[in-house]
Write a protein that binds this ligand. Sequence first.
Ligand code: BG6
Length: 511
Amino acid sequence: MKPQAVQSPFLQSCDIGPSPFRMESFVMVIFGGAGDLSRRKLLPTLLHLFLEGELPQEFYIVGVGRPGLSHQAYRAMMKEAVKEHMGEGPLDAQSWAAFAKRLFYSPGDLQDMGTYRRLTLRLRRLLRRCAEHVIYYLAVPPDALPHVLKGLEHSRACPRGERSKVIVEKPFGTDRASAVRLNRLIHKVFSEAQVYRIDHYLSKEPVQNIMFLRFSNTIFERLWNSRYIEHVQITAAEDTGVGDRGAFYEQTGVVRDMLQSHLLQLLALVAMEPPIGFEPDFIRDEKVKIFRSIRPLDEAYIREFAVRGQYGPGEVGGQRTRGYRQEKGVRGDSTTPTFCALKLQVANWRWAGVPFYLRTGKRLKRKLTEIALVFKQPPLRLFGRACDVLEPNCLLLTIQPRERICLSFGVKYPYGSNQIYPVKMVFGYQEAFNLRPHPPYERLLVDCMKGDLTLFVRQDGVEAMWAVVDPLIQYWEAHPPKGFPNYRAGTWGPRGAERLLARGGRKWLLG
Ligand code: BG6
């Protein structure tokens, strides 16, 4: 049931409303069109949106890739891919035919200018069929990005001005300097308003909800500061290992892969000030301020407040699993971290003195992404010894696997003595809204088609995020760890992560 609008003389609305975003007809050019991301995520999502009637009347998709395929062969390949990855029962032949006739393929090497010339011809033909703009999806490995951007710069494949957009996947560079270089290359072809940098965590409903929870409720926001909150925890635990991405992960490690992007985005949503309006740049402005107010990590601080780890063999969900060093593509003596935990300080008016503990890792006990706001204890132990068992109040926002919000507090245990007993109030998304799982790319693709940049990372944001983690990466790379692997697969990571909190009399919470 849709919520009803409430008319109230007490509600003052923000004068700066959201801009009207409109779905426009498009041609989407996917560089890496025959690759893994296209087969597993992009094409199944596009087909799903088409079947749901979410796409405009006029749209075309052009895959660009190295394999020399005809349009027909590409369509056949994508048909197999969507059958395997869409997971929505049998594919109806008529619907597929209607979708497939909008699919084209333009083969070629990304370093060869001929590839872009052929693409230009194809695009001209499609644009004549009244597509309003072109979306370039750069679904290619990071080292191929400069070639594609150069190709677009020097060919006429890219319509100028507002008639094109570009979607860039993470990782966006490998440190701040490389991100700055990449941004410069992108800006030779596109203005910042045309750039959609993806962080798929921002498409998760409970992540988007953080702002709604904070800024549409009086009861939470009033308490959302250092006066009431004792500390914050952000956990993104995965039970899976690196799978077949070992070679990629060797270059990346947990800090670049998860901390620099997903965890810092979560932190920003929890810590940011209310934006002056619900517009992409107002929201992104507030996030950037948070990244900039994180206290820089120096070497002494890293030694004391950051913990790294790498998984060894173990058991996850009843299955024996190999260690990181035994994964395909990984060196036998690798020192790449697959786990990190650290304390960050957001040095601004609202948060000074409140530690933010972040942890993330692979092959942990179970999949869990969660944010815990742990409140301060009441000023006086009014109930004497009974207070000793009083757990602090905690607001737990579980992002996955079960999207829910849980507020815990103490009540009097009935009958008997004056005992305090911890209880929970739980809101479950699934129960309340009967959520069907949305593929993460669905919302992001639609937002890009409409021109809504809210859920995409801006240039200054991505550079500021790298500035936070660069000292950590550099220090850890310069000082290889002793004693890796240091946690068994299927546990909650190295003991150092427990000690990091225990030193402040705290412990990691689990929903
Ligand atoms: C990706 C990382 O960005 O996020 C992966 O590259 C990680 O290593 C994945 O597994 C986690 O995403 P999710 O949505 O499963 O939590």
